[in-house]
Design a protein around this ligand. Structure first.
Ligand code: NA7
Length: 544
């Protein structure tokens, strides 16, 4: 069906043109549905479109952080590094958009402000910032998990006369930090990637750290033809294996517990994994996320490495985390992060006790000291997983808003539908593996699930699909149960909503593993969409 951007009535509206939105376009085309796609940015790529800070890079290997749905695509694309940089991921996203002529189906610079479900027509009224209203049977939120950057509200923020940047909203033009005095606030993944690169350019860098993070060297390097060939010759098999793992990554997870081996053997295994680099460090033993004693051994090993790398003992001590189990805040992957603190022009300031007092005209004040800067970089993270969805005024049945429904934290069935919000899908929503998984694997699985369900709707002649309240409650309970079997809830992480004041503390992603989750979804589909309710127009009309 031809897609018409003037059409006020379509089968589906898609919000977002990141990797989820792009794949959805292909699926909606296959189904012959009419649709409109709205994207706030001026280009494709979602998270990667916005996060252009220096050093931005994926922590999943590039051969795996890519679409698997088209054999030709995965064979023809060539990655230049083992872990792709943001610019290269953007090239890839743009290549995909061009290759399948997706761009013409996307309305850029277009922000969705509200989506209200009409129980008489069974259609969503989706309102754009321009005031235009589009009516659609389905509203598919492909809004991403880390798409609402969060700037703190320090006293005096407006008074600073220098340049201000947020890692998650980095300018599109070149930012020249050469010779400047730069203050970086935050030491999460974004900061850990940015600081070494900023330090190379700037005159002086001061890093303000509230909580140190565990980080593993990435061991990134140029993609060798042999490595790429090994992947390409077995792509299908390896992609299948990726889908059978808990986190969508192609690496072996140990079957051995950390306390089941001798001290010497445990150390040897950690050393091997540290040398290999990357997030697979957490797969060195099967129980690092489950058993505190096991976790302590990994944390101690990493703390020792930090103290070895960093020359100044006091700085090393500050950089070595000890207030939460390793891996329970997303483990970082770096290139010479800890080494950067050996430079004379980089200083670490511990603000764990005093925080930032205030931003002043010339820089910032904390701990009784004034720091002068030409530029301040906020690397303060995101209102993760729910932030973007809750920015949109979403109203389901009986005028219930998503904000009301999620007042005590997000609830959903499979992270894909919310009871009371019929025909609205959330791609990689809270309650699905999402950020605990290689996002490409999670996205493909969700988009395919949505497309299959839309096909099923056509076949049934149904007008409405929605999550049943009982199924949703059971899924939420199951999600809490599996989360609390792990050490994750022990950390004040963005997974827990703990980085945002007033946000409910609920473990948001589903931690039962991607493979288990996908198997559960397949079972649900095979049983005729257990837990979902369907109705045709007549039945729905009777209900109101
Ligand atoms: P993160 O991981 O949420 O890190 C944000 C950092 O900013 C973290 O060190 C915070 O300290 C710090 N922060 C936040 N607010 C403040 C205030 N008010 N004062 C001082 N320091 C503050 O975000 P990232 O962008 O680095 O990474 C997000 C994800 O993107 C990452 O996990 C990957 O999946 C990709 P805190 O730890 O809260 O004490």
């Amino acid at each position: 069906m031809a897609n018409n951007q003037n059409d006020k009535n379509v089968d589906a509206v898609v919000v977002g043109a990141g990797f989820s939105g792009l794949y959805l376009i292909l699926k909606l085309r296959e189904l012959g549905l009419s649709f409109r796609v709205f994207e706030a940015g001026s280009g494709v790529g979602g998270t990667w479109y916005w996060n252009r800070y220096p050093g931005a890079r994926c922590d999943v290997e590039s051969m795996q952080y890519s679409y698997s749905f088209d054999q030709d695509l995965q064979q023809e694309w060539e990655w230049s590094e083992v872990f792709a940089s943001q610019p290269e991921i953007m090239k890839y996203a743009n290549h995909v958009a061009d290759r399948y002529a997706l761009r013409g189906d996307i309305e850029f610079n277009t922000t969705v402000v509200s989506a209200h479900f009409n129980e008489v027509t069974n259609r969503w009224a989706v309102t754009l910032e321009s005031g235009e209203i589009v009516h659609a049977q389905y509203c598919i939120m492909a809004t991403g998990c880390l798409s609402s950057p969060r700037a703190p509200d320090f006293k005096g923020m407006e008074s600073f006369k220098g340049a201000v940047y947020h890692t998650g909203e980095w300018p599109h033009e070149d930012v020249d930090l050469a010779g400047l005095r730069v203050g970086v606030i935050g030491t999460g993944s974004s900061a850990i990637q940015a600081i070494p690169v900023i330090a190379e350019q700037a005159g002086h860098v001061t890093v303000f750290q509230r909580t140190p993070n565990y980080s593993i060297p990435s061991r990134n390097g140029a993609m060798s033809p042999e490595y790429a060939d090994a992947w390409k010759s077995e792509y299908q098999t390896r992609r299948e294996i990726q889908r059978t793992t808990p986190n969508g990554n192609y690496y072996e997870r140990s079957k051995v517990g950390a306390m089941d081996v001798s001290d010497a053997e445990r150390r040897r295994i950690y050393e091997e994994n540290w040398e290999a680099g990357g997030t697979q460090f957490m797969a060195a033993f099967k129980d690092l996320s489950l058993n505190q004693a096991a976790n302590d051994t990994a944390a101690e090993f990493v703390r020792e490495r930090i103290c070895e790398i960093v020359d100044n003992a006091e700085t090393a001590e500050l950089l070595a985390p000890d207030s939460y189990p390793i891996g329970t805040k997303r483990i970082c992957v770096d290139t010479r992060y800890f080494e950067t603190f050996n430079r004379d022009d980089v200083r670490l300031v511990d603000i764990s006790k005093c925080g930032i007092d205030q931003i002043i005209e010339t820089g910032l004040r904390t701990g009784g000291e004034d720091f002068e800067f030409d530029a301040i970089v906020y690397a303060t993270g995101f209102d993760a997983m729910t932030g973007t969805l809750l920015k949109i005024d979403i109203q389901g049945r009986d005028g219930l808003t998503l904000r009301e429904k999620w007042e005590a934290g997000p609830v959903s069935y499979l992270g894909i539908m919310v009871a009371g919000f019929p025909n609205m899908y959330t791609i990689t929503g809270p309650g699905s593996p999402s950020v605990l998984c290689n996002m490409m694997v999670a996205i493909e699985q969700h988009v395919e699930f949505v497309a299959d369900s839309l096909g099923d709707m056509q076949a049934r002649g149904a007008d409405v699909i929605e999550a049943g309240p009982e199924a949703e409650a059971a899924w939420v309970e199951h999600g809490i149960e599996v989360a609390y079997k792990t050490l994750y809830p022990k950390a004040a992480s963005w997974y827990m909503g703990a980085n945002i004041e007033g946000k409910p503390r609920v473990f948001m992603p589903y931690i039962g593993g991607m493979a288990n989750y996908a198997a559960k979804c397949r079972e649900i589909v095979a049983d005729g969409y257990t837990g979902f309710l369907f109705s045709d127009r007549a039945a729905a009309a009777k209900r109101v």
